[in-house]
Design a binder for this molecule. Sequence first.
Ligand code: SUD
Ligand code: ADP
Length: 282
Amino acid sequence: MSVTLRAHAKINLTLDVLARRPDGYHEVEMIMQSIELHDTLNFNIAQKDITLMVTGLPVPEGADNLVLKAAHLLREFSGTELGATISLNKKIPVAAGLAGGSTDAAATMLGLNQLWNLGLQRDDLMGLALQLGADVSFCLLGGTAIARGIGEVLSPLASAPRFGVVLVKPSFGISTKDVYQNLSLDNLGLRPNTSAMVRALGEGNLKQVAGELVNVLESVTIQIKPELNELKTKLKKAGCQGVLMSGSGPTIFGLTADMKSAVEVAKGLDLPDCQVLVTGMI
Ligand SMILES: C[C@@](CO)(OP(=O)(O)O)[C@H](O)COP(=O)(O)OP(=O)(O)OC[C@H]1O[C@@H](n2ccc(N)nc2=O)[C@H](O)[C@@H]1O
Ligand SMILES: Nc1ncnc2c1ncn2[C@@H]1O[C@H](COP(=O)(O)OP(=O)(O)O)[C@@H](O)[C@H]1O
């Protein structure tokens, strides 16, 4: 028996921070959107051990990998004694604000639930997701959703239009923890209007969606890496309607009417130090 699953990346169309909790985490309100860009995971049954092999972009293969963390958590929760041989083909840039690790963790729980025939419901997996990371809950759900709490309280939204997405990932990564720690809650600057973004998505109006793209973490990351401002300007000049940093960064995304126009925008970009990827909203 073998199971193969795609683990999709996300972008944040809006991101607002409402409060800092005593444990250091932050209450957020954000509109999350799955994109076509994905890692691929394959699961095969094994007698006892859980092993991981990674191809594609380099990520640690040891116990710190979120795939192994998710697999061990699920095995403990379910009580099964079965093992698994897991392979991960990594395509989502790492430490990029695209939830690459979180989506692998979510896909691992879904894949092993099938492989081990555990019969767990999504709600059971949602309960485990938060132990792995704040974005794992959304990655289990996918699509378009408002995320509140620290990211685990989800309100699904109707499917968004399939706008094209150009991703620009600079060569450096950024630590999510550092970005949240450097955020001054008294000085957030422009805040997103969540309901206006929900309306714009519902109407399928790219110009309005572009006008509502706001992420309060953007200025924090740009303060650490000012070159992100130039990338934003270049993406706009190349023809993207709206441009924003995803999550804690450093990936910048630009929206276009469709994938075809995203390909055209990407052709016009001359960014030798960055990874440029064309994808789409799903
Ligand atoms: C900023 C966002 C936006 O979607 O995404 P990324 O940029 O990581 O993709 C998320 O809030 C990140 O979620 P995720 O990356 O899963 O966070 P975790 O691994 O649980 O936490 C990493 C660190 O970020 C901080 N953190 C995370 C989530 C949150 N609501 N408040 C926080 O303060 C904490 O300091 C935590 O130690
Ligand atoms: N399967 C995985 N894929 C990517 N990163 C992983 C994975 N497992 C553990 N990590 C670690 O998680 C950290 C955050 O990576 P990632 O989830 O890609 O970023 P982000 O939180 O910005 O979306 C990285 O430092 C990486 O070493």
